[in-house]
Write a protein that binds this ligand. Sequence first.
Ligand code: ZN
Length: 265
Amino acid sequence: MQWEQLTAPDFAKAVTETGVCLLALGVLERHSSHLPLGTDMLNVHKLATQAAIEEPAVVFPPFYFGQIYEATCFPGAFTIKPTLLIDLLQSVLDEIGRNGFKKIILVNGHGGNHSLLGFLAQMSLWEQKPYTVYLFKDEFTPEESAAWKALLETEQHGHACECETSITMANYPELVKMEDVEAEPALPLGRARDVPGAYLGVSWYANYPEHYAGDARTANAEKGAALAKLERYALVRFIRAVKADRVMPALEAEFFNRKAQLRKD
Ligand SMILES: [Zn+2]
């Protein structure tokens, strides 16, 4: 169920019946020259809405704000200042919670959001909330991992690559410009090699200055549909596990009780 498509009475019913809201996160950024700026959001929102059909949940409207400072040297990237981004994400979670959802699943469609969303999850211990936040990580079974690998023909992946291009071709064929795929794959340039192990904001750019990582030449829609199905299986399983979960909210309550006790002692 998509939040923006429900009537107010149907929304209230969905909150009671599912208790779970999915917040799919993507950004606007360059995807080499052949995929649309909104690729991450388009694909992750579709993943969330399709999974929420198999295991009922409410999906938040497309949300394009995230960490994408490393693409701001290209046309069409869009982001906001770091402190505002954190405040915005926390406010969105609070507002989802105010609407009655006790569980919120973050479904991330953008690699550059990993640290941000990990931090957002950690922030839940700063202040007690009437909801629990679960960050979804693709947990494939060994069979699914093997199936994923078997579908791919290239080794290097990362951005606008064989898998991402294939999934976009399956979801939005009209938005993919295969004629504009680079003639050569984008392999890491290794320009940070003199400081091994260092992590900087510019580290990704050091390897992939054209915002392309991998090789999209072997992408196709059939492959994309099969890959998207594997992602969907994993998310459906996750929604089921979150719905059934009683442990994490109880542990949060225990944690905050101890924290409050500390102030009294
Ligand atoms: Zn992407």
